[in-house]
Design a protein around this ligand. Structure first.
Ligand code: SF4
Ligand code: SF4
Ligand code: FES
Length: 551
């Protein structure tokens, strides 16, 4: 550990920590633009200048003072110094982040950065979460001396989801470095020179795009742009950031389990952004996960139970649907029932489902359903997995946790389904088609119950449809492909009369005389911790925002 004096604070930081991070760890802001902890450090914006202290040349030994030049805090890393090089006999470094020289330098840099800026905060999507706006207020001049004509570079459509408002760009090059270092796709570069620098995609001499910013990680450039230059078309003009609520959650788009922040209002989800997790997604997420939330807001969401009458599905009351289901379940032997959990459901949903199957229906025949596998996409610093379910590992373990439970998948499952009289399929998988074997098996079932979030190929075959909930409408946990158990959080209410999946299952259990009686997802997590091998530490309290890794 390095022992440093930062302004008036004496602090210890890991060897190799730069001053921006050392200061941040101790609540001191060193404003910066080009520096991003997930990217290389070109030190081109000069916003993070700080004043290091050191020996004064020619002065008596041990005399120290401010260095002749300010240094960039993003590249100034501190390390444990040998005893003879300690400052004031104990410090590995002495750095001022708020000296008059530093403050003057910041003001001047900000004045330069704003020379060509349009100052259009009132109509800028980034206003309210813009480092240029915030640092200008906190560290800048209150007026500009620039009275010349400003450059007005064009607005550019860079790709399917990203617009560039070039006038707002401060040429920090974060976006270029992201495309070089993380996605490895290299679509962005600088054109022109000096104060006419512009970010652009490759174009022909006539200006026609040769390559668009169209990689599956492209949305990250919008997140890391410190100003309102790179804008998401999906979010453009939808909401001011201060009007949205935020919840820490986990992406449900694949088994990576990227940590995310879900931004929402009462009427639906507005935006999903990545949240740092060192071992899972670092600072990033993919566009499939980022833009895949729209089904949650869909007008087509299932809102009421349905039952089949004269071959047609018609809406009905919950009480009627549940009665119909329990009557059918009561009429058949346990061996004629198959209960299928979901890799899109939480561990808590699947735990109550297996309890219902094992303890109430007395069947040990369970199955696992989920999104069809897609493609794996590998980037230099990120992988999108082929398993497009967030909880395959967790659902499989939890469903199989009771004595004798067998969790069938693939052909084995559909063979079993084809011979069953009653099947309870908890799906929750958006936009999932059925493969031939799956369809043929489900068509043979005498009484098919499908719990889902949208009309689907499976609900089309159902005798009763129950409206369930998405990841955004319930609390619970997912276990990702590498064994991290992580929390998802309820943000919005489910549409209409849709209900949380484990609560639906619990109602069925109660109607069949069970005493299963959970009140919230955390209670179920405690039961999982007690009864599911490997999950003894996986209580909601322990999991927190960082998740826990199973042994
Ligand atoms: S577009 Fe944004 S991220 Fe890219 S160089 Fe300009 S300010 Fe930086
Ligand atoms: S990699 Fe997977 S978990 Fe991460 S954002 Fe993409 S779809 Fe979501
Ligand atoms: S953040 Fe250090 S020079 Fe840009």
């Amino acid at each position: 550990m390095a022992f440093i004096k930062l302004n008036d604070l004496e602090i210890e930081v890991e060897d190799g920590t730069n001053i921006v991070e050392a200061a941040r760890e101790h609540g001191i802001e060193v404003p910066h633009y080009c520096y991003h902890p997930g990217l290389s450090r070109p030190a081109n914006c000069r916003m993070c200048l700080v004043e290091p202290y050191g020996p004064i040349p020619g002065a008596p030994p041990g005399t120290i003072g401010p260095a002749r030049q300010l240094a960039t805090g993003c590249t100034l890393s501190v390390r444990t110094a040998p005893p003879e090089r300690k400052l004031e006999e104990k410090y590995d470094a002495i750095v001022q982040t708020d000296s008059p020289r530093v403050k003057k330098a910041r003001e001047d840099i900000l004045e330069f950065l704003l020379v060509h800026h349009p100052l259009d905060c009132p109509v800028c999507d980034q206003a309210g979460e813009c480092d240029l706006q915030d640092f200008s207020y906190r560290h800048g001049h209150d007026k500009s001396r620039y009275i010349e004509v400003k450059n007005v570079p064009p607005k550019k459509d860079l790709g399917p989801d990203v617009l560039l408002y070039s006038t707002r760009c401060i040429v920090c090059t974060r976006c270029i470095r992201f495309c070089d270092e993380v996605s490895g796709s290299g679509e962005l570069g600088l054109i022109n020179r000096g104060s006419h620098d512009e970010i652009d995609i490759p174009r022909s001499h006539e200006g026609t795009p040769i390559q668009l910013l169209d990689n599956k990680l492209a949305g990250n450039v919008v997140d890391i742009c410190p100003v309102g230059a790179l804008i998401s078309k999906d979010f453009l003009f939808k909401s001011r950031p201060w009007f949205m609520e935020r919840a820490n959650s986990v992406c449900s788009g694949c088994s990576v389990g990227c940590n995310v922040t879900v931004e929402y209002k009462a009427d639906g989800l507005y935006r999903i952004k990545p949240r740092f997790h060192e071992d899972i997604n670092q600072h990033w997420m993919c566009d499939d996960g980022r833009l895949g939330y729209h089904y949650v807001n869909s007008d087509d969401r299932l809102q009421l139970p349905q039952k089949r009458v004269d071959g047609e599905l018609v809406t009905t009351q919950w009480a009627d649907a549940l009665t119909l289901i329990t009557e059918n379940l009561s009429e058949v032997d346990a061996t004629d029932i198959v209960v299928i959990g979901s890799a899109q459901g939480t561990n808590e949903d699947n735990y109550v489902l297996q309890q219902f199957a094992h303890d109430v229906l007395k069947t040990t025949q369970l199955g696992l359903f989920g999104q069809l596998h897609g493609e794996e996409h590998k980037f230099p610093q990120f992988t999108i997995e082929a398993d497009k379910n967030p909880n395959t590992v967790g659902a499989r373990t939890v469903l199989g946790s009771a004595n004798g439970n067998v969790v069938l998948e693939g052909d084995e499952l559909w063979e079993k389904v084809a011979g069953a009289k009653v099947v309870y399929l908890v799906s929750g998988v958006p936009e999932r088609s059925l493969e031939n074997a799956e369809r043929e098996a489900l068509e043979k079932v005498d009484f098919l119950i499908v719990q889902d979030v949208l009309p689907s190929a499976a609900t089309e075959l159902a005798d009763v449809v129950l409206p369930g909930t998405t990841f955004a409408e319930k609390d619970g946990t997912f276990t990702n492909s590498t064994g991290w158990v992580q929390r998802i959080r309820k943000t919005i209410d489910p549409p209409g009369e849709a209900q949380v999946d484990w609560q639906i299952t619990q109602q069925l259990a109660k109607r069949l005389g069970s005493e299963i009686d959970y009140h919230f997802a955390g209670e179920i997590a405690l039961a999982i911790a007690e009864n599911v091998p490997g999950y003894s530490d996986a209580t909601h309290q322990n999991i927190g925002d960082a998740g826990i890794k199973l042994d």
